[in-house]
Design a protein around this ligand. Structure first.
Ligand code: SF4
Ligand code: SF4
Length: 234
């Protein structure tokens, strides 16, 4: 019998700030639609998160300055994604060596340029594991750090205990991410179970904005929706 305590203590030893286990049974159709049969056959997801660095996130309004963009891209994106992938890989090895099926999902790799998404939604797994709610920004908002967290997932059939229920959204009347987005990518609709992402978010607007920055010789960095959220802000 696999033990949550063992996996969580390993994840935390390897520097995960957030740990949860999600029951995927209610999301099977959406998982299949996004990633196909390779990812849809797992009953559980181990969700791990690492907090971003507040001092770097708080500089995002000055992101047009090259140094600010470089710092964010390096320490709040590349390095943390690599650390998440390392933890997910190690957890996967432990579970596989114990005899279970595992599928580590990369922390941040787009696999579909048309739908602008990865193989699997890390935010959905963290939401189902009870670690936060899906905000109007479509980001996973945690009570502790708001959306200032990056995520990775290990899909598995190991008999772990589910750690929580999906948290109800707590955006209320707040609309700050909707208002600050330079390309108005959000509609302002709150998350409702079963509703498609497109009801709340036009990912192509964000994608085009970042592409335009790159065409102008800048780094494609924005994150203002993450920066402005009152949850997690000091
Ligand atoms: S990263 Fe920037 S452009 Fe993209 S959705 Fe967030 S605020 Fe809008
Ligand atoms: S900025 Fe406001 S509306 Fe947007 S995710 Fe955060 S709490 Fe929700």
């Amino acid at each position: 019998m696999e033990d949550n305590k063992k996996i969580e203590s390993l994840a935390r030893k390897w520097d995960a700030d957030f740990f949860g286990v999600a029951d995927l049974s209610t999301a099977r159709d959406a998982i299949f639609e996004q990633g196909g049969s390779a990812v849809a056959g797992y009953p559980l997801a181990v969700s791990i998160g690492i907090s971003l660095f507040d001092a770097i996130v708080d500089q995002l309004p000055q992101r047009m300055e090259y140094g600010v963009a470089v710092n964010y891209r390096h320490h709040c994106y590349d390095v943390i994604n690599q650390r998440l992938d390392d933890i997910a890989s190690k957890i996967s090895s432990v579970l596989q060596n114990d005899g279970y099926r595992v599928f580590p999902v990369p922390a941040s790799k787009r696999v579909d340029d048309e739908r602008l998404c990865g193989t699997f939604s890390h935010k959905m797994a963290a939401h189902l594991a009870g670690l936060g709610w899906i905000g109007k920004s479509c980001l996973l908002v945690t009570p502790e750090k708001g959306p200032r967290v990056r995520w990775a997932t290990v899909l598995t059939d190991a008999p772990l205990n589910v750690t929580g229920e999906p948290m109800n959204e707590q955006c209320g009347t707040c609309n700050r991410c909707v208002e600050i987005c330079p390309v108005k990518a959000f509609t302002g609709e709150p998350f409702r179970k079963g509703e498609r992402r497109e009801v709340r978010y036009d990912a192509s607007k964000c994608d085009r904005y970042l592409a335009l920055m790159k065409e102008k010789g800048k780094l494609g960095v924005c994150g203002m929706c993450l920066y402005i959220c009152p949850h997690g802000r000091k």
